[in-house]
Design a protein around this ligand. Structure first.
Ligand SMILES: [Zn+2]
Length: 326
């Protein structure tokens, strides 16, 4: 029997809830404000309301649902269904799964958003035909999820898969954690690219980027330079900016090489906003990965682009719902 599942992509501003069959065909959806300022109980209420609306949109009764999956920013405890604490949501050690199961009478499974994205690609996206695989999101930060034998590898207390904080340059710049130096996130995230672009622009070394900044009335002295502007400058031939992307690709490749050597995966899947600038770093990244990984493991591992784009979170939540039901 084809079961019907609910997936919830829980973010700091929006909740996206869908109703889908287990093959990932979306039957109905609802997007609603998270309303973080109104507190944790209101967020639970909003999830329930968004589910009701998504069920109505799908013309499905609540009693036909088998399970719900929720993808949320972490850190969290997947076994106990608790969100510990996260910058964009007001939760502190909040038992989200218990609350939802009580209100809905359904099995609910909670997964952190990077792991949910990995499950989404594995079940419904680029990883469908693959076995062991690693998903990397290259965005403002860098995160990831590791899938071994069709399941997320969580580690001892849900801390596994923090790919962004693997050290790739000893003594390098710091990441968003503050005192953590030279990790992948500090060297190859969108934030790292913006930091270097700003530094070089203030030193007067990026003529094309400077023109674009003037056209768009952006002052790099007091605001971060948007990623698409930086990428545009590189495509217009700004050599210093092109070099920033090549360096970023080089360090990303070092991290990828360590993952290949450590896990011997069938594939590594790359998602996240910075992939829009893929043309500017992909070759450098794959060359660097090949140079640094053990050759036997490198040969078998495909490096591919994610397929689900903006929908990765919600597809991941549907995949997580399958885990709840299991
Ligand atoms: Zn770090």
């Amino acid at each position: 029997m084809n079961e019907i599942l609910a997936g919830v992509d829980l973010g700091g501003t929006k909740i996206l809830t869908v109703v889908a069959n287990e093959k990932g065909s979306i039957m109905g959806s609802c997007r609603r404000d998270t309303e973080v300022e109104r507190g944790e109980e209101r967020i639970v209420e909003n999830i329930c309301l968004s589910l009701e609306a998504a069920l109505e949109d799908a013309e499905v009764g609540k009693d036909e649902l088998s399970a719900m999956g929720v993808g949320s920013p972490g850190p969290l405890d997947t076994r106990r269904g608790i969100i510990h604490e996260t910058p964009n949501l007001p939760f502190v050690d909040f038992p989200l799964v218990d609350k939802l199961e009580e209100k809905l009478g359904l099995p609910v499974h909670l997964e952190n958003d990077a792991n949910a994205a990995a499950l989404g690609e594995k079940n419904f996206g680029a990883g469908r035909d693959g076995g062991d695989q690693i998903y990397i999101t290259v965005s403002t930060g860098i995160g990831g999820g590791i899938i071994i034998d069709d399941e997320i590898f969580h580690g001892a207390d849900d801390g596994a898969g923090e790919i962004g904080h693997m050290i790739v340059k000893q003594g390098g710049p710091t990441c968003g954690l503050g005192q953590h130096r030279g990790c992948l996130e500090a060297m190859a995230s969108g934030t790292a690219v913006a930091r270097e672009a700003r530094r070089m622009t203030l030193n007067g070394r990026t003529p094309e980027l400077e023109k674009l900044l003037a056209e768009n009335e952006i002052d790099p002295e007091d605001q971060e330079i948007p990623g698409h502007i930086i990428a545009e400058a590189a495509r217009r031939g700004d050599q210093a900016v092109r070099m920033i992307y090549r360096e970023m690709g080089y360090y990303l490749g070092i991290g990828v090489a360590s993952l290949i050597t450590l896990f011997n995966p069938d594939m590594i899947i790359f998602g996240g906003g910075v992939m829009k600038a893929r043309d500017l770093f992909w070759k450098e990244m794959t060359n660097s990965a090949a140079d640094h990984a053990l050759p036997s493991a490198r040969e078998i591992c495909d490096l591919v682009e994610a397929e689900l784009g903006d929908r990765t979170g919600v597809y991941g939540a549907i995949a997580a719902a399958k885990t709840a039901r299991a």
